[in-house]
Structures are given as structure tokens and as C-alpha cells.
Ligand binder design. Structure first.
Ligand code: SAH
Length: 221
């Protein structure tokens, strides 16, 4: 039964998924490891059943509670930016949401530590990871503005909601040589996607794209 659900039919079939991967390639994603993982990870199980037929369109979709599953192109682009300098061991994610980005990362790095402030979303994501047999993910129900100190420092940090400024704990919890990928800006649709690298001397920051993320909120939901 699960096996069938993962394979999908019709609008969630392998052909539909392959088309999405072709689109990502056309848009400039050329990291084959990432494309392969996205091809073989069923996105339709990360959205409500009513949205399943749209799961392989290159768009963000609502996941309830005012939140969205990120657009596949943005997931690919952020993952590419994170992994650009080579393979990573420990990665922290802020904003588990549906868990889709988490699942993609978990198949490309050794361990993922993901923080979410809405407990109901976290619980659904946890079930999806179990269903997919992903065992290298740890989840924390907390305000990601504080990061997750227990496992710091991280080789990589990815943030999938936008603060108006980078929260200081995220800088502190980044390893020297590590990379932080984060959308920054107060206005939805006018946020800068930044790649911040920690050096011996400080932090180097590079702008990647203009993006549109839900805001990084304070406290627990
Ligand atoms: N990567 C997710 C994106 C979900 S949208 C996906 O593709 O499904 C962003 C998520 O960030 C939401 O689930 C929201 O609840 C969460 N979020 C917002 N502010 C947060 C905070 N301060 N700490 C942790 N999670 C936060």
C-alpha cells in the first residue's frame, strides 16, 4: 500500500516527476546528485491529498496553518548553494514545514537537525520521514531564531522562512568554513536569498536571487 502511494499514479506518476526534473535542469540546476534525489522523492506525500495532483508543478503550495511547501526550483537552488563547496555532515534547517526540504537534504548529507515552531506541522513531517524510512533526521519544536545549540557547530544551515535580519545565534552556530543559506527581508517577494560563508576572520555574504518566503516568526506557534 505504502509502496503504491510512493509510486503514484496519473498526475503523480514517474513521468510527471521526470518532467519537473527536466524543468529544473532548464532553469539552470545542474547538480545531478540533487536532481536524482528530487526525482526519487515523492513530493505528493508532503502535501494534502487535495493538492496531490499539483505536487509536481514547479510552484509553492499551501500546507495549512498559513504555511507553504517551497517551490521545487527554490529547494533545488538552496540545496545546490548549500552543497556547492562539497559534501556536508551536519546540517541545521530552520522551518521544517512539510518536511520536503528536510527529506531532500537527508539523502544528501549525513545528518539533518530541523527546527519548527508549529507542532502540528512537525508531527506530520515526522510521520512522513518514518513512512519514507529516513532515519538521519532529528526534529525540535522550538523558535528557530535561537538555532539548535546542542549539536552546533554546523557545516551548513538552511533557513526556509525569512527574517528581516540574520538571527545572531545562526552565525554563532556555523562552523568555520560552513555555509548559511537564508532569505532575508521584511517584504514577502522582495527578500534576498543570501549565502553566508564563515571564514577565520568573519563572514562573507553573497546574494543569489530575489525570493518570496513566509516570515520567520518569533516564539512557538
Ligand atoms: N521547507 C518547508 C518550508 C515551510 S514554510 C517546506 O518546504 O515545507 C516555512 C516554515 O517555517 C513554516 O512551517 C513555519 O511554521 C516555519 N517557521 C516560521 N518561523 C519559524 C521560527 N521562528 N522557528 C521555526 N520555524 C519557523
Amino acid at each position: 500500500m505504502n509502496e503504491l502511494r510512493h509510486q503514484g499514479i496519473g498526475m503523480t506518476s514517474q513521468r510527471t516527476r521526470d518532467r519537473l526534473i527536466e524543468r529544473l535542469r532548464e532553469k539552470g540546476i545542474n547538480n545531478n546528485a540533487i536532481l536524482d534525489v528530487m526525482r526519487s522523492t515523492p513530493r505528493h506525500i508532503f502535501v494534502d491529498e487535495a493538492m496531490a495532483t499539483r505536487a509536481y508543478e514547479d510552484t509553492a503550495l499551501p500546507i495549512g496553518l498559513g504555511q507553504t511547501i517551497s517551490q521545487p526550483y527554490i529547494v533545488a537552488r538552496m540545496t545546490e548553494a548549500l552543497l556547492e563547496a562539497g559534501p556536508l555532515e551536519k546540517v541545521m534547517e530552520i522551518g521544517t514545514g512539510s518536511g520536503y526540504q528536510t527529506a531532500i537534504l537527508s539523502r544528501l548529507v549525513k545528518r539533518v537537525y530541523s527546527v519548527e515552531r508549529i507542532e502540528a506541522l512537525q508531527q506530520q513531517a515526522r510521520l512522513r520521514f518514518q513512512e519514507l524510512g529516513l532515519r538521519n533526521i532529528r526534529l525540535k519544536y522550538s523558535d528557530g531564531n535561537w538555532g539548535w545549540e546542542d549539536y552546533a557547530p554546523y557545516d551548513g544551515i538552511i533557513v526556509t522562512a525569512a527574517p528581516s535580519q540574520v538571527p545572531k545565534p545562526l552565525f554563532d552556530q556555523l562552523k568555520i568554513g560552513g555555509r548559511l543559506v537564508i532569505p532575508v527581508g521584511a517584504q514577502q517577494g522582495e527578500q534576498q536569498l543570501l549565502v553566508v560563508t564563515r571564514t577565520e576572520e568573519g563572514f562573507d555574504s553573497q546574494h543569489l536571487d530575489l525570493v518570496s518566503f513566509v516570515p520567520l516568526l518569533g516564539g512557538r506557534g
